[in-house]
Design a protein around this ligand. Structure first.
Ligand SMILES: [Zn+2]
Length: 553
């Protein structure tokens, strides 16, 4: 009788050991976050366990090639044991910053962490299993048989993962999205992902030196007698167009913006991507959705660089999780007041902080200025944390990131309250710009970075691949407001602007519209994408005047 083990058996034991033992920090946190009460929640935990076990099994089986398995799996066991120890001992998570600290720290600092306890832990839970793996006899199949057996295992395990997780998709997305800490506690995926991010960021830093300039011919040609310009670009977060009453939503979610007489509302605007990391670089890149890729955008300058080059003071005000590289070369003010940058779900500041101090800034304005305000907006799933209590208009409100514990109605209530609060912030901004128009040519444009699914077809949150994303994730609210002096100077007619806003618009319009309204001339400017250009050089009529009939092309 042979005591040799099949690669399948070895992979299964390794997977069980990693998922059940080395991931105790993960299960401890998962239990605390979920605090399971109902049968559904206990089943959810069990389903995650089975799915992780199956995933780990398949991963080890892929490594189960003769020279690789003992070496790579052994190394993985040792590193995973060390990661597990750090998380247990220091209650920490493992992310790219942690990996950077470990890899870029000096030996003396690292020495403080090298305790006897660490060595004991790694010896028992890492080295010992690695040694056992080294000496266990394995019955290696031939190459062809090995291939078919791996394929068979995958054919069994993958459907099991899909079927077992399917009933829990909403719980899964809300739990793992909200609790970044949970993802960063799951090992070894946490340090593998962090190592990968670290390597990529190193690569990116190397590329920063070769960021291609764009619009090098740009010059600003302001009209004679122009006063200092102050233009605000507001990048919204997770707001969906059909939850704006400006766009026909039956709930009064725009009580203040709907009172702004000369507001230009774009009811048919679409986003470039379905998540922040894609949409934000895209809208400033000038590449347009068709030609956009993150790497292409990272390798070249953007709208803000061009504006800075022609002499604007450009300031990025950040109340969210970062500008995704757009403000890399731009003065940036971080307003989040975060205790820990990883856990941005709990930003301490509501979006009013973006507008605070702006009135004073305009009074002292000497230079042409562009300010980008990056809102926290409607970032989920903790919608109820996005607005101060007095904006809680629709009740009851879901106060759980675990959506399965809330009714869909209470989730939507919380979400709609975030829209009412954003409406207040935007109207407050316009009010300040209106007052500031006494001394400066003020204006603003707002667009959300993407929308949000709110339970339609059981889908929540956002980030689906664009081609299959529901409209809820890509149809975004967009508004603009130009002060009367700015409209006069650019000979823009408000009736025409409102009329032409009824057409299909997108993130692609931002780049060219901002260049156009700020009188920046460059070869990369495309007037066909400028929102304001069809209405320029028209006679501006007084309040009692009749709008000039306009032909729209
Ligand atoms: Zn976003």
């Amino acid at each position: 009788m042979s005591t040799r083990r099949t690669p399948e058996a070895v992979s299964f034991v390794l997977a069980l050991f990693v998922v059940a033992i080395l991931n105790i920090p993960f299960w401890r946190l998962f239990y605390r976050v979920l605090a399971p009460q109902s049968a559904y929640e206990w089943s959810f935990m069990a389903a995650v366990f089975v799915a992780l076990l199956a995933t780990a099994y398949l991963s080890f089986l892929l490594l189960a090639v003769r020279p690789l398995l003992r070496l790579l799996a052994g190394l993985l066991l040792i590193l995973t044991a060390a990661a597990s120890y750090f998380m247990l001992e220091y209650g920490t998570v493992i992310d790219v910053n942690m990996v950077r600290n470990v890899l870029e720290t000096n030996l003396a600092e690292a020495g403080d962490l090298m305790t006897a306890k660490l060595f004991a832990y790694v010896a028992v839970l890492g080295l010992l299993p690695a040694a056992l793996l080294w000496f266990v006899p394995i019955e290696w199949p031939g190459m062809r048989e090995d291939f078919w057996r791996k394929l068979k295992s995958a054919a069994v395990a993958l459907p099991i993962i899909a079927v077992i997780l399917f009933p829990f998709v909403p719980a899964l997305t809300s739990t793992f999205r909200e609790n970044i800490a949970l993802r960063l506690t799951l090992t070894p995926s946490n340090f593998i992902d962090a190592l990968n991010k670290y390597a990529r960021s190193k690569y990116k830093v190397a590329r920063v030196n070769v960021v291609q300039p764009i619009g090098t011919d740009a010059v600003r040609v302001p009209a004679a007698g122009a006063r200092p310009a102050l233009f605000v670009i507001v990048v919204g977060e997770t707001a969906r167009a059909d939850h704006f009453s400006l766009n026909g939503y039956e709930r009064a979610t725009n009580p203040r913006l709907s009172e702004v007489a000369d507001l230009i509302n774009y009811p048919y605007a679409s986003s470039c991507g379905t998540d922040t990391a894609e949409s934000v670089p895209c809208m400033f890149s000038g590449l347009g959705r068709e030609n956009f890729s993150n790497s292409e955008a990272a390798s070249r300058q953007n709208l803000l660089d061009v504006l800075a080059r022609v002499g604007f003071d450009v300031i990025w005000r950040e109340n969210q999780a970062g500008c995704k590289g757009v403000c890399d070369r731009i003065k940036t003010e971080i307003l989040t007041g975060l205790k820990h940058p990883t856990f941005y779900a709990h930003s301490e500041n509501h979006d009013d902080v973006l507008v605070d101090g702006l009135a004073e800034q305009i009074k002292g304005l000497k230079k042409d200025t562009v300010i980008v305000m990056h809102m926290m907006g409607s970032h989920g799933p903790a919608y109820w944390e996005r607005y101060p209590p007095q904006f809680e208009t629709f009740k009851p409100v879901c106060r759980e990131s675990q959506f399965s514990r809330c009714t869909r109605e209470s989730i939507i209530n919380a979400y709609d309250n975030t829209i009412i609060y954003s409406d207040h912030v935007l109207a407050r901004l316009i009010g300040i710009l209106q007052t500031g128009a006494g001394t400066a040519d003020t204006g603003m444009i707002y667009m959300s970075d993407h929308g949000e699914s709110l339970g339609e077809n059981n889908i929540y949150l956002h980030g689906m691949p664009y081609a299959m994303a529901p409209e809820a994730q890509t149809h975004v609210p967009m508004v603009a407001w130009l002060s009367e002096p700015l409209r006069k100077r650019t000979l823009s007619d408000i009736g025409c602007l409102k009329h032409s806003a009824e057409r299909k618009r997108s993130h692609d319009n931002l780049f060219h519209s901002v260049l156009g309204i700020l009188d920046v001339k460059t070869n990369i400017y495309d007037s066909s994408l400028d929102l304001f250009v069809p209405c320029r050089n028209r006679k501006v009529l007084g309040a009692g005047g009749v709008a000039t009939p306009v032909s729209l092309h």
